[in-house]
Design a protein around this ligand. Sequence first.
Ligand code: PLP
Length: 446
Amino acid sequence: MTSELALLGGPKAVKSDGQDVFDWPIITKEDEDSVLEVLRAGKMSGIDVTQKFEQEFADWLGVKYALAHNNGTAAIHSALFSLGIGHGDEIICPSITYWASCLPVYSLGGTVVFADIDPRTLCIDAKDLEKRITERTRAIVVVHYLGYPADMDEIMEVAGRHNLKVLEDCSHAHGSMYKGKMVGTFGDVSAFSLMSGKSLATGEGGILATNDRRLHERAVLFGHYERHGSEITFEDLKKASGLPWGGYKYRMHQLTSAVGRVQLRHYPARMAEIDRAMNHFWDLIEGAPGMRGHRPPRDSMMTKGGWYSPVGLYCPEELGGLSVGRFCEAVRAEGVLSCYPGCNLPLHTHPVFRETDIYNEGKPTRIANLKSAFDIREPEGSLPVSEDINYRVFRIPWFKRQRPEIISEYAQAFKKVARCYDELLPGDEKTEQGFGRWSTSNVAGR
Ligand SMILES: Cc1ncc(COP(=O)(O)O)c(C=O)c1O
């Protein structure tokens, strides 16, 4: 008898070509016209369009100030500076994230301590984070990972008790809600990547948001010298204004801000459609063995915004120990080409966070940036969830349109593989190849 599984000779579950269901970003004549207007006026390096975008972004998010940057990494760098992070300071960051959540701290003379994640949300685990606080800790970086809102009540409570600042990295979570309130409005400052693979996609770009005027001004001071005259009001900051304190030039390109204005206008409706489509997918899968949705409970007033780079949680114990690599191979054979194991690799295991001496100080930068001789590097096994998570998640299709017939074919592919898992056990070599990545950007560089 032939198998039902496409990998073993059966028919594929996915028969449609997917049409435009995955296309992103959605670019219309409105985007094109906005770019042409800036180009024809020769205003690419100006700030007038950018300032309109900032105001609209701040209004949408519900904060007082937004400061656009030329990418999300720059926005995080400015945000860390705005918080006063300097020589010898530690920040705490989850190990499972893109490097830019913490790596810019090195060039401020600070360093990073990694905390473990919660295996259900994939966001920083507040209890583990608290254990890693020292007298040198100044700030916590929260990443709303793959759109899932981190547990802000617990995190803010820990931060408050230890007098720590909170930076929310919302690069995956534009529009995600935590208990009915938008992420990016809980901490002292937040930063968003806007590169073209993100849910709110403008091209290379980033934006910093805060309600705190002083933090806004410090961020302006760091890499936006062209605004010093009009935006710096604190006397102590004014004294040395005119040149960027960071030595960086972080202004957003106005082709990006022009696109940003159009994309933001349409984002709430597009995000709502993504949310419907992705929840529809998980509703179809619910109850099948081996898989859990990486999504907040329906009645929690929590949402995943644009569902950036979505994954499912994998439970091999329900599938006879089938490896996630073999599982994904079978799902891909069904026609789901985007199904791969893993997410970001744990940062605390990368040489840049273990041994690399970036600034020629005779020791790894990670510890050279501390005022006294401490070794804060986490030994293998000390972040068990982060070290294991790449065997426990798999990428799922990121639907941008609610097309129930197409989504149903994709859901059938996953369910069929889970149902017939025992046929896959004999060929399971449990290879670790292709697990996880240091970055979340897709292969096309978006
Ligand atoms: C969590 C996170 N933070 C920060 C960034 C940096 O943003 P950008 O690529 O715009 O510099 C990214 C980008 O992928 C990210 O995923």
